[in-house]
Ligand binder design. Structure first.
Ligand SMILES: [Zn+2]
Length: 115
């Protein structure tokens, strides 16, 4: 009869016959016995970056807050897009597209507010 190799589970500290009670991952034996291994697997969480890099504002949102407010105010006041375009050095075509696509809104990053 072959020697039975015993291995201690790092979780439940039981010394068990290794080959029957532990999983093998490639060359290596898992440090937990099968029941403990399965239990701990269930608690695995997908790693989530706690500090995700801030999203770079794009398009209209990349303009300064003052500019955005001013553009929106002028549009509400009925100022011609061509004039707004000239005043703020924004391409007329771009401005027109933003307006058409409802991009002329101010998105406020709630993280910014809490800082
Ligand atoms: Zn165990």
């Amino acid at each position: 009869m072959a020697d039975v190799v015993l291995k201690t589970c790092k979780e439940c500290k039981q010394e068990l016959p290794r080959d029957a009670n532990f999983y093998k991952a490639g060359k290596y034996w898992q440090s937990r016995c099968k029941p403990c291994h399965n239990k701990s697997r269930k608690s695995y969480k997908r790693w989530v970056n706690p500090n995700p890099p801030p999203k770079k504002p794009r398009a209209f949102q990349a303009l300064s807050f003052e500019t955005r407010c001013s553009v929106i105010k002028k549009i509400n006041d009925g100022v011609d897009l061509k004039d707004i375009s000239r005043d703020h050095d924004i391409k007329y075509e771009t401005l027109k597209r933003w307006k058409r696509d409802d991009k002329l809104i101010i998105k406020i990053d709630t993280k910014e507010l809490s800082q």
